[in-house]
Design a protein. Structure first.
Length: 95
């Protein structure tokens, strides 16, 4: 009996994950969520959800009203949407 050594169709490379980790949250939210994000003090705020704060480095975020935060867009997808498969889709789209 022989086994295929091919990677599964949902395989994500380390390079894709690294690129996805470095996605600019401001651009991500504007492009994928349709949010308008403006500079506010030492970071950025979303016009539609004013309790969503993006850090000055444009990677970290904290959504005060949901008591959720993270250090990149992958964490945003995982925590806000709560779907592990979304991670793969995010990496493929943005990585």
């Amino acid at each position: 009996m022989s086994y295929s050594k091919s990677k599964p169709s949902n395989y994500v490379t380390k390079e894709q994950i690294e690129r996805a980790r470095n996605v600019d949250m401001v651009e991500f939210l504007e492009r994928t969520e349709g949010f308008s994000v403006k500079k506010s003090g030492n970071g950025y705020r979303c016009d539609k959800h004013d309790s969503l704060f993006i850090t000055n480095d444009r990677r970290g975020w904290y959504w005060n009203s949901r008591d959720e935060g993270g250090n990149n867009a992958i964490a945003f997808c995982m925590k806000i949407y709560g779907q592990s498969r979304l991670f793969e889709a995010f990496v493929r789209k943005n990585g």
